[in-house]
Design a protein around this ligand. Structure first.
Ligand code: LLP
Length: 422
């Protein structure tokens, strides 16, 4: 949280989002509900754009982090495109008004139909992840007389030192092509229909130091050099992926400005590679995580010998990260409380022991039934991973923008459960 986010926090003893009280939002829309601060979002976006000044670059938001129409429209107004991984995401982005020329297509398992659509729509570029995928793409491009821009996803074998489920840049991970595979692919396809002018990287997510990014970028530049030296082509597009961490637990992580300095070192006006590549970025979390909160109510309190539980009306279906990755999220009561503390488990109503947002969390003592609780930093991989497990409709999404409150998405309906069933 930086100084600009001061409207997002406690004011007058209550948690507010741009001056909008959590209790008013809960009264108007019921709980659980996702609420987003537009100003926090725009702050992150504008800071990233600023640090990229002087570098020929494009930002493609990794929309898997949050594919809300409202968000995609806001980002589009800021000149940002999307990184997508399916025809479904492509359609969502198209509907939000994102031009095809601002879409890059990533993903380890694109279908032939999806590749056809990407070629027909003339999207910015396709990030190819395997030799077999390249063969399918090549066939489609040849048949259609098309010349899509291709970025080969390079797996640089660097350790991002993050949660194993969100680490992607190691040889043992399923993602991308190794240096050897890329060289072999270029060698065996000298007359390809595709414009194989790009390399793409994405080594993992929630990466908490700059070193892995630095190593991966260096290896990618070396590979681009090698490709040119061996006369296998010329790389003019370098897509660096996403992965920058946010400070979920308050510990310091590299800021957007620190990340910018690294990119300026490699590609800025004073660097040796300045002007050599068009740089693509695919940030997800670092742009949208911090703008979102999940507001939930305590249904029940359970006190048994030596153990206390708050049973919330939000569950792992509404917000999966803690259940899936044991991830830490700041959690607090919507009313400022001080005084004595106690250790307590914050759990959801879903019939799974993994439906737990925090274990033995130190919280103010005596939070009681009916109180509102706020789970922080849920704007990325929150609603996008929500589901209706246990017959629980999806929560609504509210965007706060100064004095305006906009319902981005209404609460799911129970009748939707069987809508598509026969
Ligand atoms: N580009 C590609 C090709 C990706 O696969 C991803 C994320 C991104 C960009 C964006 O990465 P970010 O800037 O958000 O770190 N559900 C997990 C995260 C999965 C990330 C998947 N790929 C979580 O909640 O932590």
């Amino acid at each position: 949280m930086n100084a600009k986010d001061r409207q997002y926090g406690f004011q007058g003893g209550e948690f507010q989002i741009e001056g909008c009280r959590a209790s008013d939002l809960a009264a108007a829309h019921q709980t659980p509900l996702y609420v987003y601060s537009t100003s926090v979002l725009l702050d992150r976006v504008r800071r990233l754009k600023k640090v990229m000044q002087g570098i020929d670059s494009s930002i493609f938001f990794a929309m898997k982090a949050n594919p809300a129409q409202k968000l995609l429209k806001l980002l589009h107004q800021e000149g940002i495109g999307v990184d997508l991984v399916s025809a479904g995401e492509m359609a969502r982005a198209e509907r939000a008004g994102v031009p095809f020329s601002k879409m890059v297509f990533s993903g380890v398992g694109k279908t032939a139909e999806e590749l056809e659509t990407a070629i027909d729509r003339k999207i910015h570029s396709i990030n190819v992840e395997s030799t077999s995928e390249f063969a399918v793409l090549e066939k489609i491009a040849t048949l259609r007389n098309a010349t899509p821009l291709v970025a080969l996803r390079f797996n640089p074998d660097v350790n991002p030192k993050t949660h194993p489920y969100i680490s992607t840049g190691l040889r043992e991970n399923k993602f991308g092509l190794t240096r050897r595979e890329i060289l072999a692919l270029l060698k065996s396809n000298p007359k390809t229909a595709c414009r194989v002018q790009g390399l793409s990287l994405h080594i993992g997510s929630q990466i908490q130091t700059l070193k892995p990014f630095d190593d991966a970028i260096r290896k990618a530049i070396e590979l681009a050099d090698e490709i040119e030296k061996k006369k296998l082509g010329r790389i003019t597009f370098l897509d660096l992926g996403g992965g920058l961490a946010i400070p979920y637990d308050g510990k310091k992580v590299p800021s957007i400005e620190d990340y910018g300095k690294l990119l300026q070192k490699h590609f800025g006006p004073r660097s040796k590679n300045h002007g050599r590549f068009h740089i693509g970025l695919e940030p997800g979390r670092s742009l949208v995580a911090e703008c979102g909160s999940l507001v939930t109510r305590v249904l029940y309190r359970k006190d048994r010998e030596g153990k206390h539980f708050l049973i919330l009306d939000a569950g792992m279906n509404d917000f999966m990260r803690p259940a899936l990755y044991q991830s830490y999220h700041g959690i607090h009561s919507a009313k400022k409380r001080s005084g004595k503390t106690e250790k307590i488990d914050l759990v959801g109503p879903v019939c799974e022991s993994s439906d737990c947002f925090a274990k033995n969390r130190v919280m103010p003592r005596g939070i009681s039934e009916g109180e509102l609780i706020v789970i922080r930093d849920v704007g990325a991989y929150g609603m996008s991973m929500a589901n209706d497990y246990n017959g629980r409709p999806l929560p609504p999404e509210i965007w706060v923008d100064g004095s305006k409150q906009i319902v981005g998405r209404k609460r799911g309906k129970i009748s939707d459960f069987w809508r598509d069933e026969t």
